[in-house]
Design a protein around this ligand. Structure first.
Ligand code: NAP
Length: 309
């Protein structure tokens, strides 16, 4: 099946790109691997998306984004794109799971990023048995118990606050004594009575037995002192990795694998655009993903006009 544009990924960037493209009058397919919404589905409350002064739950915003697209003739394709490559006549061939294939004149990649692993011993062994990357999904299992959160960015701070409302106690473990997360979250963290800061500290091992993890061994990088903290869960938020492996190998990326674009969201391959968290950039917000999506769609529309001329 040939489309003018195929948008890959149905998070805020992809939904916005699909919306702008379909409204420009071109044929659009939106490939979604999971439920629409992307990372906001695993975000409890979104406090900084304009228009929702009392904050909005991640799943509610995802539903609203999806509902906005529902009235438009966008072809929704459920599946995973495995590769994007040049086909004949300046077209792109997208290979999907189950041997399916799509063709497109333009591709807008909006597949975002996922949480990076910590790399600590025990992390894989206790994955799903105490180790989690999603407080919204798994926090409820630890109601009234003690857990740890690792990281010092916005994700770690936000999720530590979310967990503190459910669990008995949160140990927030961070490798430095300064947090990179927003001051508004840092202040709330310091006010919370059941969050203990374990700063300048790294996780040496996640420990436990057949029933699951039961503790985490932590080392203070300044004093060298070690400490074993009894926790039944550990939530890891040490940054993001791009989901960009399906794009052509030669596409310009930075050292961490994030895709390089210009200000119009054009990659170095004409006809491939990238928007949202898989892009190399500083600001990773719902609002910036939405802006990227609109910008990429506008650039893709111009590209398609030239293509069709
Ligand atoms: P991030 O901002 O990159 O923070 C990652 C944190 O993990 C940093 O504190 C880092 O420590 C720490 N870290 C990295 N590798 C580590 C390791 N091997 N061991 C221990 N700690 C390690 O990642 P993020 O919090 O996932 O956020 C990703 C992006 O999304 C950011 O741009 C963030 O602002 C944005 N975001 C925004 C919101 C919001 O505004 N509501 C919510 C969530 C995410 P150092 O500080 O020492 O480098």
């Amino acid at each position: 099946m040939l489309y003018d544009a195929v948008v890959i990924g149905a998070g805020p960037a992809g939904i916005t790109a699909a919306l702008y493209l379909v409204r420009s009058g071109v044929s659009v397919a939106l490939v979604e691997n999971a439920a629409p919404g992307g990372q906001i589905l695993s975000t409890a409350e979104i406090e900084n998306y304009p228009g929702f002064p009392k904050s909005i739950k991640g799943w509610e915003l995802a539903d609203l984004f999806d509902a906005h697209l529902a009235g438009y003739p966008v072809e929704r394709v459920r599946g995973q794109v495995l590769s994007v490559e040049k086909a004949d006549g300046n077209l792109f061939r997208l290979s999907l799971d189950e041997g399916r294939e799509l063709k497109a004149k333009a591709v807008v990649a909006c597949t975002g990023a996922h949480h990076r692993k910590l790399g600590a011993p025990g992390e894989d062994a206790f994955s799903g048995k105490g180790v989690s990357y999603c407080a919204v999904c798994d926090g409820n299992f630890y109601r009234g118990r003690d857990v740890a959160v690792v990281g010092g960015g916005n994700s770690a701070l936000e999720e530590a606050l979310y967990l503190s409302r459910i669990v008995n106690k949160v140990y927030l473990i961070h490798r430095r004594d300064a947090f990179r997360g927003a001051m508004v979250y840092q202040n709330k963290i310091r006010e919370a009575t059941n969050i203990e800061l374990v700063t300048s500290s790294v996780v040496d091992e996640i420990r436990g037995g057949a029933a699951g993890m039961d503790s985490v061994a932590v080392r203070n990088v300044k004093s060298g002192e070690t400490r074993v903290i009894p926790v039944e869960g550990i939530f890891i938020y040490v940054g993001m990795e791009p989901v960009s492996g399906y794009l052509p190998e030669g596409i310009n990326r930075n050292a961490a694998g994030f895709v390089l674009t210009d200000a119009e969201m054009c990659t170095d391959i004409p006809g491939i655009f990238a928007a949202g968290d898989l892009r190399a950039k500083r600001c990773r917000q719902v609002s910036s993903a939405v802006g990227d999506g609109a910008t990429a769609a506008t650039a893709a529309s111009s590209y398609l006009e030239q293509w069709n001329a």
